[in-house]
Design a protein around this ligand. Sequence first.
Ligand SMILES: *[C@@H]1O[C@H](CO)[C@@H](O)[C@H](O)[C@H]1NC(C)=O
Ligand SMILES: *[C@@H]1O[C@H](CO)[C@@H](O)[C@H](O)[C@H]1NC(C)=O
Length: 412
Amino acid sequence: MQSRFVLKTIFLFSLNIISAIDTCDRITQHGYPCQTHRLTTTDGYILTVFRIPYSHRGKTRNNVTTASRPPVLLMNCVQCSSDIWVLLGPHNGLPFMLANFGYDVWLANARGNVYSEKHIKFEPSSTAFWEFSLDEIGNIDVPATIDYILAATNSQSLHYVGFSMGVTAFVMALASHPSYNQKIRTSHLLAPVVFFCHARGPLPTLGVPLLGNNNPLSVRLGTLPLHQLVFLFREVASRICLLPDYQSVCIQLLNFFVGWDSPYLNRNLLPEILATTPAGGSIRQYHHYLQLAASCGFRAFDFGLERNLQKYGKPKPPAYNLTNVHPKTPMEMYFSDNDFLADTQDLYRLSEIFGKRASWNRVKYMKYNHFDFALAYNLKECIYDCVVHRMQRYEGRDFNLDLCKCFRNKPF
Ligand SMILES: *[C@@H]1O[C@H](CO)[C@@H](O)[C@H](O)[C@H]1NC(C)=O
Ligand SMILES: *[C@@H]1O[C@H](CO)[C@@H](O)[C@H](O)[C@H]1NC(C)=O
């Protein structure tokens, strides 16, 4: 009873924090227009999508028709939200760059993060709300968001940019719904996490023995609504890390989890990063990743023998069929050596499977780590310029691929 009360209190407290400023506030701060859209998935989750319909500056302002402003979907990582894309600001942030180049930018939020923490029936304080893994995000949220955007913009297809889990979910979506291949113009997959066999760092090292396989502990932990603690962490961390003496400790801690010693993290953003991340999610999402690490496969969530039989009709969860993943243009994969979570061995294996369906861009900086693909100070020069101009080429507009110069000549 008492712990429930404590959780409720933390939850209410956390609502005060998150209502303070949202992605649209962060966008309009810089003068850009922003809209908030909500869609309901077939299983009742209410997802928030933020939209920058056009840029307030440059020649694209008023005279570009909706038809000539192609939609782009940006999909978030585990424990982050649409906020992660806008933290770099109007000069270096991908959403702003895209808007300036005449794109219609949509920032998605997977179920369970701060902006998508609603359900038509379940309260987020109930365990039923949290009974989802990566499967539901890939198989339901991504297709639902794509369809919503295509309907709203009266388009047949869109550009997709995913970071980390945004890549996992993309591959799941296309593998289980092959008709969505036709809805993708170009795809840009940053720090791509698909196979998770060689993941390094403390999370997989500690987590796999505990939760990599199904056991009573993992089953119990799975759906606990402990997400409120995440908000408390955010509040405390963002304040502590503001203190100059603690900044380097905070950065060390961040690097500890995602890749050693990156010199590229934009340190000025630290308070903002910690005020928006972790952004919430289910424990089962982590659990799913740990299962992928243990099984070395790319497959659905493992519920244990009995529920697997009920749900999948077989004792083991089915593998995602990667043959089904073949968007209209080769998937552009952007990766690096110092990424603990998207290991080059796992990516090499994926490259053998995808063949010509994917194109591989290995960042030439040895210390680029996982979070650098969202927060490095040189992301614009290293990756985003290239992403934008590859879209420009697809759209038959002026482009400059000399900007794609941050990568090694041979990816593997
Ligand atoms: C839009 O284009 C028309 C002619 O094509 C021009 O007369 C008008 O001034 C333009 N509006 C803006 C806001 O640039
Ligand atoms: C995967 O899908 C392809 C067609 O897209 C099919 O030919 C193949 O049999 C499938 N593989 C498995 C293991 O189901």
